[in-house]
Design a protein around this ligand. Structure first.
Ligand code: MSP
Length: 690
């Protein structure tokens, strides 16, 4: 019977458009799925989008769209990008789909029927960014995971008896040490569980963007229970349909669940506990990779340091991005992305490496042997250098498989490109072009051996690299005269299978060299793309309707004060009424200044200005762009989620070409750094100060 292989990516939040951090996980899974298909396994590769919860509900606020419309648009963007990149997912699950909702409710019922759910009251802190209940104490206390201010939640919830699973989970981690990889993540999870598990709230009742709890629709199911269930609902869990049930029986449990390191707890503690409680088998293994960093920080929308895959696709193509991410980053660890590193790696390994090997080998076969793979001379006449290549190719096939199966993609590719380099050197040392000028039998035989050896090594590297760089290897394969690479059975890959006399296809360069301007072009495209990124969180200019105070959304106050003011004092542009004799203003004068509570959504440095930060501040009914001179006091990432006071009716003005619509209020001690005005109590976004 054919072996099955079920692999999943996390499902992506729809609060942000896809960037190369998301692409990284999906590319890694696509690569693994492709290799398993080439090995003849019945492979099912799942990805999708995570569309419910408070985080998404908040992202939608002020967009003028319904959450569903918002989710439809961003989800479609993910899908369109995966399609453009040729990612071979077999299904794309959306958590707002009926099949998913039905499955989640079924899972909830099952866990409840098995006695693991009870009603209680939760009072404590919640991090909306991570959708995580945290143990932090006090309003605004920072989330231990992301450092953003938490919010106080007090509501009636359904609880899951997570505490009942501590021993079973520890047993799982001990008995199956490879269940969580890499080891560092296993240790992290083990100590988390050892430190004691508390029951988990698995419903929310203060907002409605979620899946209703069966028989109690005032509650929506906690978004992580909803999201994790995608791995089973997508393959038919909870469906009354017989074919769905068969599909579920066939593919579950998953063979590999790939995640980023920040969501290990959800996948390695909550997920197996939910499954155990429902009486379902556990996935066979969870692998957590590291983060893609850009300018030393995790690439994320809120940091504003994202790079879009589209930029690289436009300039270098999908294979370049895939190769770079898997070759350059040690899988499991954090790794940096930069255009400065991408272009030289592309030129060295793809254009000059594999691309050059393919074009010189195939061009010489075309020129000297009329485009037919030549007969090598008998083994007895081989030189040691010919056998060295054959031996290295055999070793490369074995090493590549071993590294790949341990998800050490960079090492696997290093091994394959070791063969490319060796063949390159072999060609240079044996000078086939000189032999090509001679007509004697000995020279022809030698030339045939060299070109056969080179072409066979090229075939082997091409087959091995296909899951990583599918488009270009498919072209090289066709140029080698071997037809469609997707029909090739990788289990059969051995040295010496290139058929003699095979007629080559049309020989063409596969990787055009990237010139010096490529880096600059990509950087420019990114700069231009950053502006429309705000589209999901519109920047409303000061000229538009001023915000009205909004009911509380439970936002917590900033935990710590800090930050500098811009330049002019708050009321500078609000023309004061005629001052009363002692220099005081009237209450009417003060009333002209519209001060409101805002929450920082995005903070980033302004290019070429050491003191300025560009902020996007949520005022409850709109998101404002404000340029503030507080860069010397605050690192941008420490401001995300923080509540600030904004002069909301200040006339817009331009700073470094950026329009600033409002001003942030801060104390400016003499000779010291400015300190942002903040609150000790929880104040709803949009509240007016008066
Ligand atoms: N929706 C949850 C996952 C639910 S799974 C049941 C979520 N979504 S996310 O969009 O924020 O991130 C999903 C995944 O995207 C991460 O786990 C990670 O695999 C990938 N990445 C997002 N940003 C990344 C980087 N900067 N670097 C590497 N991977 C990144 O969490």
């Amino acid at each position: 019977m054919t072996k099955k292989f079920y692999i999943t990516t996390p499902i992506y939040y729809v609060n942000a458009r896809p960037h190369i951090g998301h692409a990284y996980t999906t590319i890694a899974c696509d690569t693994i799925a492709r290799r398993h298909r080439m090995l003849g396994e019945d492979t099912f590769f799942l990805t999708g989008t995570d569309e419910h919860g408070q985080k998404i509900e908040r992202a939608v606020e002020g967009s003028g769209k319904t959450p569903q419309k918002f989710a439809d648009e961003i989800s479609a963007e993910f899908r369109a990008l995966w399609d453009r990149m040729g990612l071979t997912y077999d299904d794309f699950i959306r958590t707002t789909s009926d099949r998913h909702k039905r499955g989640v409710q079924e899972l909830f019922r099952k866990i409840r029927d098995n006695g693991y759910i009870y009603k209680g009251t939760y009072t404590g802190q919640y991090c909306v960014y991570d959708e995580l209940y945290v143990d932090a104490v006090g309003p605004g206390a920072p989330c231990p995971e992301c450092g953003r201010p938490t919010e106080t939640v007090h509501e009636e919830n359904y609880f899951f008896k997570l505490s009942a699973f501590a021993d079973k989970l520890l047993k799982l981690y001990t008995e199956q040490p490879d269940w969580i990889r890499p080891e560092t993540r296993r240790n992290e999870v083990t100590s988390f569980v050892r430190s004691g598990l508390r029951d988990l709230s698995i419903s929310r009742s203060t907002f409605s963007w979620g899946i209703p709890v069966p028989d109690d629709p005032k509650h929506v199911i906690y978004v992580w229970l909803d999201a994790l269930a995608n791995y089973i609902t997508a393959i038919g869990y909870g469906s009354p349909d017989k074919s769905d049930q068969e599909k579920f029986a066939k593919y579950w449990p998953a063979d590999l669940q790939m995640i980023g390191k920040e969501i290990v707890r959800f996948h390695c503690v909550y997920w197996p506990a939910f499954l155990m409680a429902a009486g379902l088998p556990l996935p066979k293994g969870i692998v957590a990779h590291g983060w893609l960093l850009f300018e030393e920080n995790k690439m994320s929308k809120s940091r504003g340091n994202i790079v879009r895959a589209e930029t690289i696709l436009d300039v270098l193509g999908s294979d370049a991005l895939r190769y770079f991410l898997l070759r350059e980053i040690v899988f499991g660890q954090d790794g940096s992305f930069s255009f400065d590193a991408l272009v030289p790696r592309y030129n060295a390994d793809l254009a000059n490496g594999l691309g050059n090997l393919a074009s010189r080998t195939l061009t010489m076969i075309t020129r000297y042997f009329k485009g037919e793979v030549p007969y090598p001379s008998p083994a007895a006449q081989h030189k040691a250098s010919d056998d060295t290549i054959a031996d290295l190719a055999r070793k490369t096939i074995a090493d590549y498989a071993e590294f790949f199966d341990q998800y050490q993609f960079s090492k696997a590719l290093e091994a394959a490109w070791g063969l490319v380099a060796a063949v390159d050197k072999y060609i240079v040392e044996n000078e086939p072009w000189a032999l090509g000028e001679k007509q004697d039998e000995e020279s022809r035989a030698r030339l045939a051996t060299i070109l056969y050896t080179s072409a066979e090594a090229l075939r082997i590297v091409t087959a091995l690299a296909h899951p990583v760089i599918p488009d270009s290897t498919a072209k090289i394969w066709a140029q080698l005269g071997l037809g469609e690479i997707k029909n090739f059975d990788l289990t059969e890959l051995k040295w010496g299978q290139l058929h003699l006399g095979t007629k080559l296809g049309n020989v063409q360069a596969v990787f055009p060299r990237a010139d010096k301007s490529a880096v600059e072009r990509m950087q420019k495209m990114e700069d231009e793309r950053r502006a429309p990124q705000i589209a999901t969180e519109p920047v409303v200019h000061a000229a538009q309707t001023p915000p009205a105070a909004k009911p509380s959304n439970g936002g917590g106050p900033a935990a710590t004060p800090a930050a500098a003011t811009p330049t002019t004092p708050a009321a500078a542009d609000a023309k004061p009424a005629a001052p009363v004799p002692d220099g005081k203003i009237t209450i009417d004068d003060f009333a002209k200044v519209e001060l409101r509570v805002g929450q920082v959504r995005i903070a980033e440095r302004v290019k070429g200005a050491d003191k300025l930060l560009r902020l996007e501040v949520d005022l409850g009914t709109e998101v404002r762009q404000v340029v503030a001179g507080i860069a010397e006091s605050y690192a941008p990432e420490t401001l995300i989620g923080r509540k600030v006071v904004i002069v909301a009716n200040l006339a817009p003005r331009k700073l470094r070409g950026l329009e600033s619509n409002g001003m942030i209020v801060a104390a400016s001690p003499e000779g010291g750094k400015a300190i942002l005005c903040s609150f000790l109590e929880d104040v709803p976004v949009g509240t007016r100060l008066k």
